[in-house]
Design a protein around this ligand. Structure first.
Ligand SMILES: NCc1[nH]cc(CCC(=O)O)c1CC(=O)O
Length: 307
């Protein structure tokens, strides 16, 4: 069997594609990597929320899935919108890396907890709003671009630190620049953070789908991500909305914590729900409904007016 793997060209995206390639090759599958540039890679002077969150990093990959130029597209699970177009599906989620955020700096003595004021580069509305909520003494500057670009901007002194996903920092081997691991109950990660998602066209032949699933899918991770993604779908949050959720699985029980924070950080709502691993999507949806009733509906409406 031969699988053509489509990926974005950033160093992190390529790492993820090589990771998937290695898993396939171990299973005796021949592979080929096809690098594809997306709108999100090209447009670097506007925030993601202004370009439009839908498909910024996926559209060009999906065009090639549709015409068969590639068999699968490899994405950071957290970059994927909650609702794919109807002719695509996610057939696998790889084993999740530690999902937390980290503070990255040349000065590894920096700490949000210290009370000291410094400037953090990030353009994630989730991270900015959570910083405003818990650490109002921290200044933020907008910092888009792929990991390499952001690290260069840090180097140039455009900020004192970056706020990033541990998964990406670790994959790029910048662990020695981690100043602080942030708490999951303050910086609850974005939905899907730390896992790699495999997308294909519905029309991909069944034998390929079976092989891909058996070699790439991590059942435990997939159960958690199904709950998180159902949560995101109900809240209709793209990656530009400060919504967060993380599920964990212990035996047959999923625990999921999720919430939303207003853009100025003044209001943060967070809830936890538990339920059977047999019904991950129902659990994610129920958590979202609970939040909507508890004020998330109003916060979401306010956010959508601003973006
Ligand atoms: N939005 C960009 C993005 N997409 C995935 C990761 C990191 C890897 C991951 O979470 O899987 C990052 C960088 C970051 O947020 O620090």
């Amino acid at each position: 069997m031969h699988i053509k793997i489509g990926t974005r060209g950033s160093k992190l995206a390529l790492w993820q594609a090589y990771y998937v390639e290695a898993l396939l090759q171990e299973g005796g599958v021949e592979t080929e990597i096809v690098t594809i540039e997306t709108k999100g890679d090209k447009i670097l002077d506007r925030s993601l929320s202004k370009i439009g969150s839908k498909g910024v990093f996926t559209e060009e990959l999906e065009d090639q899935l549709r015409d068969g130029s590639i068999d699968i597209a490899v994405h950071s699970a957290k970059d994927l919108q909650s609702q794919l177009d109807e002719d695509f599906e996610l057939i696998a989620f790889t084993e999740r890396e530690k999902a937390n955020d980290v503070l990255v700096s040349h000065d590894t003595s920096l700490s949000l907890k210290s009370g000291e004021s410094f400037t953090v580069g990030t353009s994630s509305t989730r991270r900015i709003a959570i910083l405003k909520h818990f650490y109002p003494h921290i200044k933020t500057v907008d910092m888009r671009g792929n990991l390499q670009t952001r690290l260069r901007k840090l180097e140039e002194g455009q900020c004192d630190a970056l706020l990033l996903a541990y998964a990406g920092v670790h994959r790029m081997e910048y662990d020695d620049k981690i100043a602080e691991h942030l708490l999951l109950d303050e910086f609850t990660p974005a939905v899907g953070q730390g896992s790699v998602a495999i997308e294909c066209a519905l029309t991909l032949p069944e034998d390929k789908k079976e092989t891909l699933k058996s070699l790439l899918n991590h059942d435990h991770t997939a159960t958690c991500l199904l709950a998180e993604r159902a949560f995101l779908k109900r809240l209709q949050g793209g990656c530009s909305i400060p919504v967060f959720a993380m599920a964990t699985l212990h035996e047959d029980t999923i625990n999921i914590t999720g919430g939303i924070v207003s853009l100025d950080g003044s209001e943060l709502i967070r809830r936890t729900e538990s339920g059977s691993s047999a019904f991950p999507e129902e659990l994610g949806t129920a958590l979202a409904d609970e939040l909507l009733a508890a004020g998330a509906e109003r916060i979401l409406a306010e956010i959508k007016q601003h973006l």
